[in-house]
Design a binder for this molecule. Sequence first.
Ligand code: PMV
Length: 307
Amino acid sequence: MKASAPGKIILFGEHAVVYSRPALAVPVTQVHVDVEVLDSPRKGIWIHSQGIDLHAELNSLPADHPVGSVILNLFSTLKISSLPALDISIDSTIPVAAGLGSGAAVSVALIRALALHLSHPLTDEQINDLVYEIEKLHHGTPSGIDNTVITYAKPVYFTKGRPMETFNVGKPFTIVIGDTGIPAPTKESVGDLRRLWLRNTNYFESIFNEIAQISLIARRSIESGKPELLGDFMDHNHSLLQEMTISSPELDKLVSAARNAGALGAKLSGSGRGGNMIALVDQAKAESVAGALISAGAKRAIITEIK
Ligand code: PMV
């Protein structure tokens, strides 16, 4: 059985989402994880992943291995006690630790392919819940936005602890994603912000409220076919993230480069400090903005249409 899952980016509301403010995230289908599960002629559960040079039997992996823990969690949920003989191949084009959701996408595709192969098809809701549990094992206190947008593979308006809402894109728009090439340490930036928030709660709460407003208006603009309005919202959200100490000189440099090359607006996306930034562009300018990001030091630029 085969299954795949897309990457994702956060358009608005990262970090504030940890404090129960709404955030918007969209799937990025240009990058994806593909998993194939086959019955194996030899005993055991064999996992092959060219990308991370992994060829190992499940029992030989450390207990907290991300792939191993997904498989064991699924088996325990499905109450499967005798392990079948399987060959599992995992291929991913999603850059790791870059805010594109590679970990959640591996979990979603793996659970989907395994559940189908074992004739225990799961609903998206069940998959989302399972992947959230896995995300918690590896990331501490994730908001749940990654697993949600990747499981449903649709634009998501997400508020922690509330039923998730998908929404429609009134008119397609183009985003360029620029990668600083620096790992984005989610746990660290979330932890740093928490310490600052504890010391100066009112100040940060008012920033989070401003971000909540941006997410709300941005969603309306996307739904009503006015994506060109998102540029200013991105600039505003980026300056609030700077105030939250979540940006970095490298991210700021790429954000400026995108704006100077004609982007309608730009901001960091995800955990910050490293990882990605995003820029809203007219389709005709996408290549030149991508080129400007590479010239300004981006390791990679991905052009994606949100529809
Ligand atoms: O770096 P990413 O795209 O995985 O996003 C992290 C987003 C945060 O809001 C910083 C954390 C979270 O759990 O939502």
